[in-house]
Design a protein around this ligand. Structure first.
Ligand code: GLC
Length: 424
């Protein structure tokens, strides 16, 4: 039995590497050849994390190429279009952005790039790599504080795609609060009938596109968008990753012998942590939620974003005990942990409205270990492995049956499988 499993893991690891190599282009890796044929921001970070212990050179290249796309003001775009984008919507013409000859989107994603850079640096000890990426990482975190925070502590997003959890039920209320008007476009993301049922609805898509077009019309000016954008949300997941990024940048500053920067980023992490505990904790549901700045209200959805607060070591001990109960009672209720959402709008097959994703599992398990909850963390890691070993490197999985969903040969599922089964 044990031998079988070991062989199985070894075979799967070889397959994982094969997925990553076949999705690799010049210096970066695409998330999926069928659905996402460019470089994505937090995907690259998870890919580098998984590659750090296996193909460190590729991991470094991945992050270097991502960092090279940082805008002058510090925004790190959610998509970098290194190649022509025919057949993809919204492609470069829709965004109209050019960074030194490379087209990018005009929104960002959670700053996983910093935790990933720390991991790659610690795996390689390569100071040249650190010197190369550090300025972009710092510029990016400064941008979050300067351009994306009302109080220099809690950060906000201005598009659901920026959270990485595109169609989370948490966004329904703030999206319903504005009228997108007549929006003309053609979707390219429903490549089959099966996928059409899993992807976000047209109602959501109208609003996604309208937010992109109005931000572009404002010339991506964050100050003016802070006044005019109808969607401004302090997302629990983005904030958790942001805080962890500040801690990790502090650690990288120490490695560079820059104690002043280390103190700055440590203080930023503490300030943010305290404000997040205050504003995003929801005593009634026993988890962290997001805050709608436009509607001035908490968005009560019980999603994996709330559990991800553990990754930023945000919960106090008391909040942790409560959060652990929420995890056990609500999120361990199905065969496979951790569903992306539990609650009225739960749909086990639809994208971020119920399916298990390997990256959010990884974040929650990492956070649980920081609180010493290894039993819970082990359960989550075991489920991630079981899902991949049964179904392959799918994009997401049905938490009730384990059935693989979304695209196949999905890069971060492969990369994080390598991370989970490697020397940790
Ligand atoms: C989807 C996911 C997002 C991911 C992207 C590329 O849009 O919601 O989190 O970054 O695909 O894989």
């Amino acid at each position: 039995m044990r031998d079988d499993r070991t062989t199985d893991t070894a075979t799967r690891r070889t397959e994982a590497l094969d997925v990553l190599r076949s999705n690799r282009a010049e210096g970066y890796t695409i998330p999926s050849a069928t659905l996402y044929p460019f470089q994505w921001n937090w995907d690259s970070a998870f890919i580098a994390l998984g590659l750090a212990g296996v193909e460190p050179e590729a991991a470094k290249e991945e992050l270097k190429s991502l960092c090279a796309a940082t805008w002058e003001n510090g925004l790190l775009p959610h998509i970098v279009f290194h190649t022509d984008a025919e057949g993809y919507f919204p492609g470069p013409e829709e965004w109209g952005v050019d960074v030194d000859g490379v087209a990018t989107s005009g929104i960002t994603q959670p700053p996983m790039v910093v935790p990933a850079a720390r991991r790659v640096y610690e795996a390689t000890g390569d100071d040249d790599f650190l010197d190369c990426v550090y300025p972009a990482l710092e510029r990016h975190l400064e941008w979050w504080v300067r351009e994306r925070s009302f109080d220099d502590a809690v950060v906000y997003v201005r598009h659901p795609w920026e959270t990485g959890m595109d169609d989370s039920p948490a966004w329904t209320e703030p999206l319903a609060a504005f009228d997108p008007g007549e929006v003309e476009y053609e979707r390219e993301d429903r490549k089959s009938d099966e996928l059409a049922d899993q992807r976000p609805s047209d109602w959501d898509y109208d609003r996604y596109v309208s937010l992109v077009r109005s931000a572009r019309a404002a010339d991506w000016d964050e100050r003016s968008l802070r006044e005019s954008c109808p969607f401004l949300v302090e997302d629990a997941l983005t904030n958790a990753i942001f805080v962890r990024a500040c801690d990790d940048l502090a650690a990288l500053s120490v490695a560079r012998g820059d104690d002043t920067a280390a103190t700055t980023w440590r203080e930023q992490a503490d300030r943010s942590r305290e404000a997040i505990r205050d504003r995003l904790w929801d005593e009634e549901s026993g988890t962290f939620v997001s805050y709608d700045r436009v509607g001035d209200r908490k968005l009560e959805a019980n999603s994996v974003a709330g559990l991800a607060a553990l990754f930023g070591e945000i919960p106090t001990n008391e909040q942790f005990e409560r959060l652990r109960r929420t995890l056990r009672d609500d999120f361990f209720a199905h065969e496979f942990a951790v569903p992306s959402y539990v609650g009225e709008a739960f749909d086990p097959d639809r994208y971020w409205r119920g399916p298990v994703w390997i990256n959010t599992n990884w974040l929650v398990a990492d956070g649980l270990r920081r609180y010493g909850a290894t039993d819970f963390a082990d359960r989550i890691d075991r489920d991630s492995r079981r899902l991949v070993e049964r179904e392959g490197f799918r994009e997401y999985f049905n938490p009730e049956t384990g059935a693989g969903r979304g695209s196949d040969r999905f890069s971060w599922s492969a990369a994080l499988y390598l991370e989970l089964t490697g020397d940790r």
